[in-house]
Design a binder for this molecule. Structure first.
Ligand code: HEM
Length: 158
């Protein structure tokens, strides 16, 4: 019996414990609280949550009186493509296992003449969307900080 228990420990439990030490405890075991190591992607709620945020945000941008000029007269397929790329971009950059196949922020926004006021409208819209989904303070800050880090490649005029 003692030999059986020892073999069981060596054969099963120890490798599992080692794997947990190396790769972290699976989320299902860790619970939902205080997981400071989790990626922003996971903390936001993964793909579906990011897709919901983009789907809510997009009409706020396109429907704005000033910002709407960027999406006026664009085909629905082009808009659908852009939304999917936005989801992929945020998912990939926040730590999700996604491949972003779009252009760089600088390349794609160059010559659009996006100004400071456009940017402020965008940030207000992002905050409204985050309010709607009651995104907690830490995740909100991380997401806004990330968006802010792209500003230098997007805003061309003050
Ligand atoms: C006021 C600010 C912004 C405006 C007016 C704007 C406008 C646009 C427009 C018109 C497109 C479509 C371009 C095309 O189809 O050729 C686009 C694409 C995109 N934008 Fe922005 N954008 C803004 C800010 C941002 C920010 C803050 C991000 C991300 C942090 C972002 C990420 C993207 C992505 C991922 C795409 C699709 C990429 C691709 O087509 O290759 N944009 N944006």
């Amino acid at each position: 019996m003692t030999i059986y228990i020892r073999n069981f420990l060596l054969g099963c439990l120890i490798p599992v414990m080692l794997a947990m030490l190396m790769f972290g405890v699976p989320t299902a075991f860790a619970g939902e609280t205080n997981n400071t190591q989790a990626s922003l992607y996971d903390r936001l709620g993964g793909y579906n949550a990011i897709a919901a945020v983009v789907n809510d945000l997009f009409p706020r941008l396109a429907g704005d009186k000033k910002l709407g000029r960027f999406w006026r007269h664009r085909g629905s397929d082009g808009i659908a493509r852009e939304k999917q790329l936005l989801i992929d971009f945020f998912a990939a950059k926040s730590g999700g296992q996604m491949y972003y196949r779009g252009r760089t922020m600088k390349l794609l926004h160059t010559d659009m003449k996006i100004d400071e006021k456009d940017w402020r409208i965008l940030i207000t819209a992002v905050n409204q969307t985050l309010d709607k989904f009651q995104v907690p303070a830490r995740e909100r800050k991380d997401l806004l900080d990330f968006i802010e880090s792209t500003k230098k490649d997007i805003v061309e005029q003050s």
